[in-house]
Design a protein around this ligand. Sequence first.
Ligand code: ZN
Length: 592
Amino acid sequence: MPRRASGRRLPSQVLVETGTAEVREENLLQMTVDGWKVLLEWKGPGKPAGSIERCEGTTLVHFDLPKGPLGEYHISVQQPFIDIHRSWSGSVDCWRGSELTSIALNFSFNTAANFNLPVICNYARTGENRGVIGLIDHVTATLVNQRPLIEEPPMHLLQTRFSRQRRTGGFRETVVLCREKRHFVEAIRRVMKLCRQRQGIKPLPAPDWARDPVWCSWYSHLYGLTQRQVEEQIPHLKRLGVRTVLLDASWFKKPHEAYHRKSGDYRAELSLFPDLPGLSRRLHSEGLKLMLWCVPHFVGVHSRKRRAMGAYCVRDGKARSYQLCPFCDESKAYARALVERVMREYELDGLKLDFLDQFGPACADPAHNHGDGNFGAAVTEFMRAVRDGILHVNPAAAIEYRISYSTLATLPFANCHRGNDAPYDADYMRRENLFLRLFCDYPSAIWNDYAYWHALEKPENISLMLGQQIFSGGVPTLSINLAQCGQAQRRIIGRWLEFYRRSRDTLARAELSVHSADSSFSDSSLQNVEKGDAFVLLAGQHVPAKINLQPGIRRAWVLNAGAEKGGEMSLVSGKSETRLRLTQRGPVLASL
Ligand SMILES: [Zn+2]
């Protein structure tokens, strides 16, 4: 909070500088903010205006782009690279299995409403923030690049550059900077919260039942799931307290058919599910919920819908893909009608929507109306149509999105946000839950990727996978054939789901803290000060000597999932400190 010389606090949002410290060259507008440079480069004859706003520990730099033709433009932030050890970026590369967590000389990633976040953070070896840099608008497609300026020696400035393209101007772009000296995760959370507030983003609330454990058929049965196999799970699901049954990408096609060729019709494959409406009624009568997998923008060449909808699929100039072009009104109307029909026909409680980050190549079909060419905005409207269709049939439905297209911009269109597929890597699951927790708070729900393990897996590892799911803030989800997995494994599942049942509501509203300075968030906690409870997860090499919790925390559960099987540590909350011996892999309770 900036202060006047008299010490009187300024109101929280005040325009303190307008047009000051700006340098204009032809098609370059430069603002200076506390020694950093913020630049706008644009094409065209109009003149943009710049202004600076201070707001609760952040600085907002506004650029008002002139009306008229615009094209490509770049917003850059230049900072000295002193005491920077590492970068965090809002980029998750799902299918290469990593987050971007280091500074290369020159790195780039793409974002839009339906993938990644236009935010980066540089931080010190201690974990202290050296600058969160982001754009307020998370919808418009963006190329984010960070590199030192190498054009002229000596090299001493690090530049973060956001490149966008719009046909016409007449709008405002805002850069958010947070340079507060606090842990970088707190600084990122602050920026994400500000972006959400300024954009008026209202997350779609998850129904209460969506915070109960989930069983998904994906890893356990892949493409061969039958109605009978689902029915075999029912007594185990009820005994363990699992609420939701999710039938994955198998229910509408024969096992050998490729889902992207058959997607579109979405009618139960009778050789696998002779009576899906009957199964739905049975699950409901047992107190369970039913969800189905669906990709509403895939219209495969083997689907009967292809003839009618092929003309609205993306065409890159040569070939027609199986993805609908999100700009077309016909695509949105079709997708809405599809999800309404599937929801109604099978009396569903929700849908798992897959691959919304994959709309194929840029569409160049001249028969489509691509409006102002803002792909992110078009995808957002497509998602809105799908959401509205689902909620029209069942206002309390769960809508599952997956990390990458679970972004700040898409929080209003889904209420359950899941990590990417990780059938054996519990560390990847844990990190993805923590990534989502940076911007995805109550009333959204975070769903783990579905826990799966080899039939001969060690009991300790099964327990650690389930424990990490819970301690990293996700709703526990399973993809295990419960009818075949054996009593010993079911007992481990039962113990963890019982722990989760008691902690469910406290965890849902807890706030994420990260206590380590490494790039994989190895020591973290979820703290609910109102309840006085904390859940501390240790997943690094060593048991840390000390972890500081927020004042007001009176009880802390600690799960040691790190490389060292045991150790001693202190927990501190306000003036209380307690010593703790960790000798087991289960949760250990400490009082403060
Ligand atoms: Zn198109």
